[in-house]
Design a protein around this ligand. Structure first.
Ligand code: PMP
Length: 305
């Protein structure tokens, strides 16, 4: 089915029709992966549409840009206003927001100082890994592709080029009939999903892989750590060997798009009893509770549109 696009996009300071928000074929980013971006969700809350952790996402965007010496010609406040404008102008409430900054037209050398173009798009989005994923969980496999080593490409920057790795992992998983792929780091230890962080549960304690395992340190991962801590659930960040995937009581993936998705089997082996476990359910309740008012947002994470 063809994607239905909303009407308006913000590009380099102005709102324009979706079809007119184009870029030149010789844009640096198209050839060399030199873009940085964010994936942000807005939710329909009892108090109206709100963008979840907009400030934290934009902060990470500027950090990603800094790693690649990209100086955005807009302030973080200006981009926050652009995100709100795109949601409002398209009449969206529950949506996915995609700010992107990239090296545009103006030089073909790898170190070229091109202009930095910036755009913000948004579109309605339901559960990323399929409608049943949140309830029944997904199947996953360990990818034959490893994540890039820390001294090759920085996993902590959310840069376009990183998603070549994600595409290999996700496409292989789907080709083999799995819902999502999980990658190992170059150390052979667990890293993360193609576009999601990982949590394993042992005896009621959450375990998640550290920044040094070539992961993007997700904002959802941070949200779950905070919610768990507040709820008295212990969380440890640690190196995890692959076989722990097969021994855990529960495994879940999390990310802005994936939200809190249980994994029901890995490499054909059932996880726990094959359904979302107690801790996963509790995290889902707390996480989705932020958006319908059951969980008190004491952190100011919901930023009104
Ligand atoms: N890892 C990767 C590789 C991702 O692309 C994402 C999605 N942005 C995540 C983890 C989760 O990050 P977040 O919770 O900030 O969306």
């Amino acid at each position: 089915m063809a994607q239905q696009y909303p009407e308006w996009i913000w590009q380099n300071g102005t709102i324009k029709p979706w079809r007119e928000a184009t870029t030149h074929v010789m844009s640096h980013a198209l050839h060399y992966g030199s873009s940085v971006f964010e994936g942000i969700r807005s939710y329909a809350t009892p108090d109206g549409a709100a963008i979840f952790r907009l400030t934290d996402h934009l902060k990470r965007l500027y950090q990603s840009a800094r790693i690649y010496d990209m100086v955005l010609p807009y302030s973080q406040d200006e981009l926050a206003a652009a995100c709100r404008e795109v949601i409002r102008k398209n009449g969206l409430s529950a949506a996915y927001l995609r700010p992107v900054a990239y090296r545009g037209l103006g030089g073909f050398g790898l170190s070229a100082e091109t202009p930095i173009d910036v755009a913000v798009a948004a579109w309605p989005m339901g559960p990323y890994l399929g409608p049943e994923a949140l309830e029944q969980g997904i199947t996953a496999c360990v990818s034959s592709w490893q994540r890039f080593a820390p001294n090759t490409i920085p996993a902590g920057a959310k840069a376009g080029g990183n998603y070549l790795s994600g595409q290999l992992i996700a496409r292989e998983a789907r080709r083999l009939g799995f819902g999502e792929g999980i990658a190992l780091a170059n150390t052979g230890l667990l890293s993360e999903g193609a576009g999601e962080n990982l949590f394993l549960v042992f005896d009621g304690v959450l375990h998640t892989t550290p920044a040094s395992a070539s992961i993007l340190t997700g904002i959802t991962r941070d949200t779950l750590k905070t919610l768990a801590h507040e709820d008295g659930i212990e969380v440890v960040e640690r190196d995890l060997p692959r076989e722990y995937l097969y021994l855990a009581d529960e495994v879940l993936m999390c990310g802005t798009a994936a939200e809190v998705t249980p994994i029901r089997s890995i490499d054909g082996k059932q996880v726990g009893n094959g359904t979302a476990g107690r801790v996963t359910r509790r995290l889902q309740e707390l996480y989705f509770g932020l958006f319908d008012g059951r969980t008190n947002d004491q952190w100011g994470w919901l930023e009104p549109v």
